[in-house]
Design a protein around this ligand. Structure first.
Ligand code: PAZ
Length: 316
């Protein structure tokens, strides 16, 4: 089927997805952040991370969600910061977050203990939080330098409106902007006009749902909202045999710069970075996995190099 025209996607967004009340305020913040960092000679990456929530009722009791933990986005944010980028982190509320992600499974009370002085003072138990001093130091550098701008979303509607706002906010910095779209976004939704207001009653019998297709927001993002930016989408499949073909099809359709293709079960150790002219396998060996090397470090190295080349070409 033919791709819907850009204007119809824009219209659909306005009509069928409620915009969050703070979208204008966030857009202004993102624009100021991007401008300030671009003036200081930095590139700015907008990372999307985590899954989207799709409500089934307008007074939402139930919703559809997905598997994404946000680890890809959160760890990539750290490597982009280490590479000198400023980062806008558009993430699912309570998904993994840069730096704190390393301690997300630890019970906070188990990390604390009373100091030896018997004064009631509480101190951190560094055995329970290995590397905490190093991580805290880096986190402080990043926050003191105002290099990380977190923006959170929960629902699909919030995600779509905030991504549009981000794209428009970053358009002023041209090719210095990178979009790294690692969030796992729902392909299906129930339009507001068709959503029941109240909790769906099980007494009505089995539930049958018809869901609409979510508009392909990558299309207006690339063509209309941030046409000079370096844009990377992610493609996840569970069937490895169709992955690369789907990645290539996405590049043909949207004409953006790269797709990071991955399979659900192997995503921590193997991805393929696909561009119109290249196909780079990024693989961690068993030894590297054992030593907790993170594949995001390699993905970010690959993409920041491609971005630098892109900027040079655009300038020439
Ligand atoms: O968030 P996570 O680290 O658990 O998983 C990362 C991922 C698989 C969501 C990401 O690499 C990805 O492929 N995102 C796009 C998914 C999609 O095809 O919609």
């Amino acid at each position: 089927m033919a791709e819907p025209r850009i204007s119809s996607i824009d219209g659909k967004l306005a009509e069928e997805f409620a915009a969050p009340a703070h979208v204008k305020e966030v857009k202004d913040k993102m624009a100021a952040f991007a401008q300030r960092h671009a003036e200081a000679g930095r590139c700015v990456v907008l990372i999307t991370s985590g899954g989207t929530k799709v409500p089934l009722e307008s007074r939402t009791v139930r919703f559809l969600d997905n598997f994404s933990s946000g680890r890809r986005g959160a760890s990539s944010a750290e490597y982009f910061l280490d590479s000198g980028y400023a980062v806008i982190f558009l993430h699912r509320h309570r998904s993994l977050y840069p730096y704190t992600r390393m301690f997300s499974t630890v019970n906070m009370l188990d990390t604390l203990q009373f100091s030896a002085s018997d004064s009631g003072e509480v101190v951190v138990n560094q055995q329970v939080l290995p590397n905490i001093a190093k991580v805290l130091k880096r986190y402080r550098e990043v926050t003191n330098g105002q290099l990380l701008l977190p923006v959170d979303f929960s629902t699909l509607s919030e995600y779509l409106h905030l991504l549009k706002a981000a794209a428009q906010a970053l358009s002023t910095i041209g090719s210095k902007a990178m979009f790294y779209l690692a969030a796992a976004v729902s392909d299906f939704y129930i339009p507001a006009s068709e959503m029941p207001e109240h909790k769906i009653q099980s007494s009505n019998g089995p539930l049958q749902l018809t869901m609409n297709m979510v508009p392909k927001i990558l299309s207006p993002l690339v063509k209309d909202w941030a046409p000079q930016a370096f844009v990377i989408s992610f493609k996840l499949e569970t069937d490895a045999t169709i992955l690369l073909e789907k990645a290539r099809r996405a590049l043909d359709t949207y004409r953006h710069q790269a797709v990071v293709a991955n399979v659900l079960d192997s995503r921590r150790g193997y991805v393929v970075v696909v561009t119109p002219s290249t196909q780079d396998e990024v693989v961690l060996s068993k030894e590297e996995m054992k030593n907790e090397v993170e594949i995001e470090e390699r993905i970010v190295t690959n993409l920041t190099a491609a971005h630098a080349q892109f900027i040079t070409q655009q300038a020439g």
